[in-house]
Design a protein around this ligand. Structure first.
Ligand SMILES: [Zn+2]
Length: 329
């Protein structure tokens, strides 16, 4: 159950900073934290919220990069910073990896404590709401398309649920890499939104046969890359939509994890399946640079006051949104 109540101010350690939250974007993770997931322990009471923008409220005197009053965003993924994975930029593979607002208390609050190495200067010209809307989904899509699937200009990329945060990021990043993009969306308005972001073709995933349309749009060949995050409801079709040598990259299973894979497709077509989970700090900094250069744009669906976090989560659960739903604190 979500409850709006007073909580004690967080007490930061010397390796942490205190951020006065201005905005915090929602992610499906927030709903899972509330509903519970098998084998995941969330200590209650828990404060959700992984995508934070705000103003530095306190840093220890030894901090040299940031000072009180600086406008910042926060890298939502926190590794130990010391293991072989962290030290080679693969923080997301650290055995101690936590997502802020999931493994720790997060940004549905006035104040949050975060690792000070995870502060990033807020891109100039962005509102706090826009700045909170991109870190988690854009770093995720960047990791999927650039680091894992290594999309290049010859590729055709199928992006599922282009209205979602990851979908919106994936359409833009795939276009930036020079690919042809086919996006699925749940209605005509969302399809229009996806085309506006650069999708070359769209498929209505409720009223059209996605696999049939993919084949039609690619002359029977299939796509080179599928961006999966839907899971059980789409997985089988996603595997079958791939051309020979195709790559499927998945970062989630919103509709369930018990998906069926026809292995004959995997070996006879020489497919590759990539798992993808968040990203390293370096990848997020590359995303920030692309925003700074105006190569990517944020899409904010709606803004709710913090006290209406429940209404905001309901909007996301009912898939009414196009873009990120943001809480204003
Ligand atoms: Zn580590």
């Amino acid at each position: 159950m979500l409850q709006h109540e007073d909580a004690p101010d967080p007490a930061p350690d010397s390796d942490e900073a205190l951020v006065r939250v201005k905005a915090c974007a929602l992610n499906h993770l927030d709903v899972w934290a509330r509903q519970g997931l098998p084998k995941v322990t969330i200590n209650m009471p828990h404060i959700s919220g992984s995508d934070i923008s705000g103003v530095v409220d306190w840093v220890p005197p030894e901090e040299t990069r940031f000072t009180t009053g600086d406008e910042v965003i926060v890298n939502p993924g926190v590794g130990c910073g010391r293991c072989d994975r962290c030290l080679t930029g693969r923080d997301d593979q650290c055995s101690d990896y936590k997502i802020i607002g999931y493994g720790t208390d997060g940004g549905y609050a006035e104040l949050v404590k975060v690792r000070r190495t995870h502060l990033i200067r807020k891109p100039a010209g962005m509102t706090f709401e826009e700045a909170a809307s991109f870190p988690l989904v854009f770093e995720t899509a960047y990791h999927m398309l650039v680091t894992k699937a290594r999309v290049d200009p010859g590729d055709t990329v199928l992006v599922l649920a282009a209205n979602s945060g990851v979908g919106i990021a994936a359409v833009q990043i795939a276009k930036l890499l020079g690919a042809r993009v086919i996006a699925t969306a749940g209605d005509a308005e969302k399809a229009e939104g996806a085309r506006h972001l650069g999708a070359d073709s769209t498929i209505d995933h409720y009223n059209q046969d996605v696999l049939g349309e993919v084949k039609r749009l690619t002359g029977g060949r299939g796509v080179d890359v599928v961006v999966e995050h839907v899971g059980e409801a789409t997985w089988e079709g996603s595997v079958k939509a791939l051309a020979k040598g195709g790559r499927l990259v998945t970062c989630g299973a919103t509709t369930g994890a018990d998906a069926l894979t026809d292995l004959r497709y995997v070996f006879s077509r020489e497919l590759t399946i990539f798992g993808s989970y968040m990203a390293g700090m370096g990848e997020l900094l590359e995303v920030v640079e692309l925003f700074d250069k105006g190569r990517l744009k944020t899409v904010v669906d709606s803004v709710f006051p913090l006290a209406q976090a429940g209404e905001a989560q309901t909007r996301m659960e009912k898939s009414r949104h196009f873009g990120k739903i943001v809480l204003k604190v």
